[in-house]
Design a protein around this ligand. Sequence first.
Ligand SMILES: [Zn+2]
Length: 252
Amino acid sequence: MLKEALADADMVLVGIGEEFDGMELLRGNEEYGQICESAAAAGAQWAVPCINRYFLEKDERVKEAYRKLGEVLKQKNYFVITTCADGLIEEAGLKEERITTPCGSYDRLQCGAGCAGSVISAGDAVYQELKQVFTGKKNWRNVNRPKCGICGADMECNTLYAEKYLEEGYGESFQRYGKWLQGTLNHKLCILELGAGMLFAGVLRFRFEKIAALNQKAELIRVHSRLYQLPAELEGRGKGISRNAVDFMAEW
Ligand SMILES: [Zn+2]
């Protein structure tokens, strides 16, 4: 049913939520817990996104899920909105201009004091340096933390969890997303919602339900281990699939 819905669609909107962020996996990882503790003890909480990435990169399952997603979307007119900031979506090999990341990205840094215009690409240097700390080759004290080019304050990852989150990091892609959405009206739109819980329901679940309700040719496919139900008004206009979204995509 899902494969037909996708084959049939002119446009595909994909939403990626919490089930893809790997946090459930990380919480049970002892080594992860120890490194987070050592970061906290050194006052280096800013590095937590990099610690997350270091461990998530080892998660072959989620990478496989992204690769499958890339295959599914290859020939399609798609747009992806994801609340995951870890950058693993790169595995899907999608067009960068068709992805928006409203919760930020580990790939960008911003001024910790919130200077407008301070968002830069993180580059690999900081991450490589931190990896040496995670593997015990370097001490937290010796990490060169990048500084803001405007005010000189310490930089941190440009994500929702920054003390003064700068939305300029994703603003442009979000505008593109809005325009793309306008263009979906009266088109056969397949909405594929993958593992979106209630944490960012305003940008995924509720928003997607509204988009589906407004377009009579839209179909909503909702995949989630527990929250897979569709609202009554979308009866017959989609399907709720009761599965973990990562498993679902990885086994596509
Ligand atoms: Zn600054």
